[in-house]
Ligand binder design. Structure first.
Ligand code: UDP
Length: 342
């Protein structure tokens, strides 16, 4: 399979706004790096603000300016916004591991909420026109019904989801009080890679890269966290979305007047066992797996209804098949078996 990433151009039938100055926090991370590439391809000017604690220098597209600093440093944030003449902010930088948040909640509230507030205040002071926030389906907690629409009650069951919900609430107030126009994208499970950039966490906890590491012979076996969930095969169900499609949504969201909360998923649920079978098919390798207890904080089933993003933003995911997401990830991991060098 040979996917061409036309989705990364950000072009399409829906309106896009070329030529904005955009500050991207977390632009050296997995989703951020691929959105930076897409923004640049769409004609925007990009400054990446990243402390490289999770991100990688070589994941930053060389066409972007990199400011290596921390959101906890309010002066550095304000300086970076000024130097970038930022008209828009895409805010990806965050800690994002459900499991870790259950053992170290303070880390999540300090970084995702308190440090993020520096960015919000700097955005208002700097006259930024649009704030695009990476939120998550983890803000919902176990849903009352699936597919999940944006109006479902938000009752997170882990500090990660709670920290993202707190930031969403701050955004509502900053819009109401200061007129800061925002979009919060509630991602379901990001997957896949572009031709150049992919997923490399120094400690990998995510399902697909862990399965592919086994297929590459880097790990002896995979682990399945929980086989007694109330799902057909007993394992958790998630809705996977290609990062290139996430990137396209961000570009569409920069258009003036596009605002509010949007789920980004495909509306298809895949269990852990189904993802494993897909990784075996794509890689042509057997992936042995051991069954482990449930991972604390995991809801059994999260599947998006993303009609609102399609309707209001003109978003059309180009790679909705899990097989295509895994194929692009597999290609990237084969080419970068050790991930990024830094
Ligand atoms: N999972 C698993 N084994 C792994 C990693 C994850 O069984 O090595 C499960 C995890 O419990 C969850 C699903 O796979 O039900 C997706 O987890 P991931 O960490 O990829 O994303 P999350 O849903 O936490 O954002």
């Amino acid at each position: 399979m040979n996917l061409r990433f036309s989705g990364l151009s950000g072009s399409g039938d829906a309106a896009t706004v070329p030529g904005m100055n955009v500050l991207v926090t977390g632009g050296a991370g997995y989703i951020g790096s691929i959105c930076v590439e897409a923004l640049l391809n769409a004609g925007h000017t990009v400054t990446v603000f990243d402390n490289l604690s999770e991100g990688h220098r070589s994941a930053v597209d060389p066409r972007a300016v990199l400011v290596e600093n921390c959101l906890s440093n309010a002066d550095a944030v304000a300086d970076a916004l000024r130097a970038a003449r930022a008209e828009a902010i895409l805010h990806f930088a965050a800690h994002a591991l459900v499991g870790e948040s259950m053992t170290n909640p303070g880390k999540y509230f300090r970084n995702n909420v308190a440090a993020g507030l520096n960015l919000l205040e700097a955005a208002v002071a700097g006259g930024v026109r649009k704030f695009v926030f990476s939120s998550t389906c983890a803000t919902y907690g176990p849903p009352e019904r699936v597919p999940m629409t944006e109006d479902l009650p938000q009752r997170p069951i882990n500090p990660y989801g709670e920290s993202k919900l707190m930031f969403e609430k701050m955004l509502r107030w900053f819009e109401q009080v200061h007129g800061l126009e925002f979009i919060a994208f509630r991602y379901f499970n990001a997957a896949g890679a572009s031709e150049r950039f992919g997923e490399h966490h120094r400690v990998e906890t995510h399902l697909i890269p862990n399965l592919l590491a086994v297929a590459l012979g880097q790990k002896p076996q995979a682990e399945i966290y929980g086989v007694d969930y109330p799902t057909p095969d007993g394992t958790c169900i998630r809705d996977y979305i290609h990062v290139a499609d996430l990137a396209q949504a961000h570009i569409l969201g920069l258009a003036p007047g596009k605002r509010g909360f949007f789920n980004l998923g495909n509306g298809d649920g895949y269990s852990v066992r189904q993802v494993l079978a897909t990784c075996e098919r794509v890689s042509g390798q057997k992936i042995p797996a051991v069954e482990k207890p449930r991972r604390p904080g995991d809801p059994p089933k999260l599947v998006a209804a993303a009609d609102k993003a399609r309707r209001e933003l003109g978003w059309h995911p180009q790679f909705p098949q899990l097989e295509d997401m895994v194929a692009s990830a597999w290609r990237w991991h084969q080419r970068h078996p050790q991930g990024y060098p830094d």
